[in-house]
Design a protein around this ligand. Structure first.
Ligand code: AMO
Length: 439
């Protein structure tokens, strides 16, 4: 088949912008063949681009021989260009169709695609992830990532507005930052290094100079657990703020959540409709429950957890039914949180760490940090970590570390909430987990 070059053709409209008001006007459209319906004398081609679809109608007797033979050759997922005339019509749902004057075929596609790109015949998730580039062409997936994009844009501008400076910290590091989660080792010249689990120690150091910082980027956890909410590579939205406490950054976080939901709800009406998801803009302040209160709530539901122990996933599911939207869990036992979280002055058994929950899923965690070097060394030892491995970080506490606090949100978990998707892999372009490293 002859493959056309783009030549001097340039897009005049996206498919969604082809409206009945343009009746009689010539347009140049680019995209992909989503569906072909042949009714003998007339052929309908659904042209898809990033913004939606439009019907290209080919009345056999009325188009040129060249257009006819090109349209006869088309198959699903061919990449094409169409120059044609817009026509108002009653027969398509959008009240418009395009009658082609010229068609260019830029590339062909396999006649046996690994899945139905219209989504009418559902494919299982593993099949879809194996052919992810094709799966991402489905309207539903385009909607998911447009919603994620709108959320990230809203978050960035919110934080800029509040005076935060965007930073980029190292991904190749020498020692662990998050005790619990495992590290991925990498060969670094003659020595061993690791992929960063979080920007925690760097963002804390940066409050000494830049005061209010944020970072959005990928981090790595060698998660053994294969769940619907864990990835080995996830995108973290981190903030850290000087001269602030947990309560200050919790207020910032709830306002940010409300803002992100509001922006997505306004800007992504079409995408939310495609996903059939009703997004609720939450009221602030969010509920604040102490860890001890959570245990009481769980006891009332028949789930008993001894004070001081971790809350297992099934218990969180129960809790999510009692508190169905956003809520904070505060006043965790100090030993259950990372070494850098500040114990309470009035009761060091409890700490100033918090989690932001959405139903049963942890969306974000953070807290007031320890600003005293001695206390930090003590906490490292209590956690069984060697202060010597943290000497470069500890040194920075001799340079005037201010009181500070911060948090991190998992972008994919946030996207699950915004889109109503139940598996984190659905909202990750190319997910990485215990069993998946490709594509
Ligand atoms: P934490 O380990 O709780 O805290 O991570 C913060 C948030 O990141 C997301 N997240 C993940 N998402 C997908 N897959 C994973 N494996 C994964 N691990 C974490 C979650 C979680 O709430 N340094 C602290 C944050 C801070 O105190 O500022 C930290 O990393 O949404």
């Amino acid at each position: 088949m002859k493959i056309d070059s783009i030549g001097n053709w340039r897009r005049t409209h996206h498919t969604v912008d082809v409206k009945p008001e343009l009746d009689g006007q010539e347009v140049t459209l680019f995209g992909w063949v989503q569906e072909i319906r042949d009714l003998g004398g007339i052929r309908f081609i659904i042209l898809q681009d990033r913004e939606g679809t439009v019907q290209i109608t080919v009345p056999r007797k009325k188009v040129s021989g060249e257009v006819l033979s090109k349209s006869d050759a088309l198959q699903k997922r061919f990449s094409i260009g169409v120059k044609g005339t817009v026509q108002k019509t009653e027969i398509t749902p959008r009240g418009v169709e395009v009658i082609p004057k010229e068609i260019k075929i830029f590339s062909t596609a396999s006649p046996q695609l690994p899945m139905d790109i219209t989504g009418k015949v559902p494919a299982n998730l593993e099949v879809r992830l194996d052919a992810r580039a094709l799966d991402l062409c489905r309207e539903e997936n385009i909607a998911v990532f447009k919603i994620q994009h709108a959320a990230v844009e809203a978050i960035r501008s919110f934080l800029f507005e509040k005076g935060f400076i965007e930073v980029h910290t190292p991904r190749i590091i020498a020692s662990a930052t998050e005790g619990g989660a495992a590290l991925f080792p990498v060969n670094y010249f003659e020595t061993k290094a690791f992929l960063a689990q979080s920007p925690q120690l760097y963002k804390e150091q940066l409050v000494m100079s830049l005061e209010k910082v944020f970072e959005i980027g990928p981090f790595f956890r060698a998660e053994e657990s294969h769940t619907r909410r864990h990835l080995s590579e996830f995108v973290s939205i981190d903030i850290e703020q000087a001269f602030a406490t947990a309560e200050d950054v919790m207020q910032l976080l709830e306002q940010l959540m409300q803002h992100a939901c509001k922006v997505v709800k306004e800007k992504c009406r079409r995408e939310l409709a495609t996903l059939k998801h009703r997004l609720e803009v939450p009221e602030v302040p969010f509920k604040r429950l102490t860890y001890t209160k959570v245990l009481e709530d769980l006891k009332n539901e028949g789930v008993e957890i001894p004070w001081g122990e971790d809350i297992p996933t099934p218990a969180f599911r129960t809790l999510g039914k009692v508190h169905p939207y956003f809520y904070f869990i505060t006043d965790w036992p100090t030993h259950s949180k990372a070494f850098y979280i500040k114990p309470r002055d009035d009761n060091p058994e409890l700490c100033e760490g918090f989690d932001l929950m959405w139903r049963w899923i942890e969306l974000s965690s953070g807290g007031t940090r320890i600003a005293s070097k001695e206390l930090l060394i003590e906490r490292l030892k209590e956690k069984g970590l060697n202060p010597e491995s943290f000497k470069h970080h500890l040194q920075t506490f001799d340079y005037g570390m201010p009181p500070h606090a911060g948090w991190a949100i998992g972008l994919e978990r946030l996207t699950m909430m915004l889109t109503g998707k139940r598996n984190i892999r659905e909202v990750t372009l190319y997910p990485r987990d215990r069993f998946r490293l490709t594509p």
